[in-house]
Design a protein around this ligand. Sequence first.
Ligand code: SAH
Ligand code: SF4
Ligand code: F3S
Length: 455
Amino acid sequence: MQKLFIKTYGCQMNVYDSERIADTLSPMGFTLTENPDDADLAILNTCHIREKAEQKMYSDLGRLRDRRDERRQENEDMIIAVGGCVAQAEGAEIMRQAPYVDIVFGPQAYHRLPEMVARAKRAKDAKEGKIGRGVGVVDTDFPIESKFDTLPQTEVSRAAAFLTIQEGCDKFCTYCVVPYTRGAEFSRPVADVIEEAKHLARLGAKEITLLGQNVNAYHGLPPVGHSEWGLGRLIREIAEVEGIERIRYTTSHPSDMDQDLIDAHRDVPQLMPYLHLPVQAGSNRVLEAMNRKHTRESYLEILEKLRQARPDIALSSDFIVGFPGESEKDFEQTLDLVRQVRYAQAYSFKYSIRPGTPAGLMELQLPEDVKSDRLQQLQAVLNEHQLAFNQASVGKVMKVLMERKGRYDGQLTGRTPYMQSITIEGNERLLGQIVDVVIDSGHANGVRGSVRLVS
Ligand code: SAH
Ligand code: SF4
Ligand code: F3S
């Protein structure tokens, strides 16, 4: 048996992709290992969204090279491969900066990985003895055929599973690399999605998270007829799949939040009362410079409609502070919007220049200390709201899907319907079950609870 090590960075789509990469390579005799020292094939599935993610990849690559050198002293070898969004955006640069890498493949090419691995192996055998250089197999094309058509179905069972239904993005926010790394927006046909949902349910999934860079832009070919289905309609259909008790989707764009999808939050009990709907900034001036295609007002209006449809919905967002030209007044408007919405969770970042994006060329790039200062201010408010939300849950009974063992013996963790992470003391046989839990305490990053006993 050969050992495969995969390290995943970035978004949930990369997590999904990594699982499928493992599925694709398993017929070649690769089994997963957690330990890179053992790996015959090591893959970094990379993210290019911010500069830090990219730097991390290069330092991890250096470490892999050292391990490979050690293995070679024992007459073993290691194929080093880089996949994902850095590979797509900077394949040639990786080969220059890290010439010891053997394979570079983009996010649209992983179904061709077995072939690339076979080629790398042959090339390695032929070049035996040349220390320090990789064999240079590169595939970063956007192929005509879809990777989804040629992939084997997963056999990994998970109570909370991911299902990618859409890829790519046509929005071109001026700061973002995704439209360049993932390519044009593409939706999988409804029938394929339903088939995969049924398959996941048979493997034991109780919750499915539908994934896409712009998941609510979904417009899939229908099972019959010609008029495409939106996400609302698809969710209603997935709710009919036996065994699927909880549905989530991420990530959404405000301008694709149509009425049918909002109505689904009212009509479909399996659809969880939580939505990650990134706003990025609270000032219309900044939103326009970001090319977000929504305003502060139109965003708040959507939230209002969502709350009408599902009054208990918990909201989450992404924020970027220190976008080029963001004034103190602009930033105040972000704080103001946050105070108005009171998010249950949020992710916030300092603006980071991405090569090749329009915002990277804008004048008035802000100094690092201004960005850091604003990020701190914003996070203070977001954290306060998150803690308040978690504390307000105390005393409630919630249905929790127990997903994995906790850090300490006897602990289990999962997510509440509102996406709070929750830890309970409980028996392992509750894993994979949906359990009634009483919330005992609320904390900065989640809640603690105990199994409600039948009285
Ligand atoms: N498709 C999703 C996710 C995009 S990436 C969406 O549209 O929301 C996740 C988050 O990373 C973004 O929402 C944004 O907040 C952040 N991000 C993207 N590019 C960035 C950049 N250049 N600098 C800082 N944060 C960035
Ligand atoms: Fe990037 Fe904007 Fe597309 Fe999201 S919507 S992936 S932030 S370009
Ligand atoms: Fe990162 Fe690519 Fe996802 S850039 S956030 S891994 S789409």
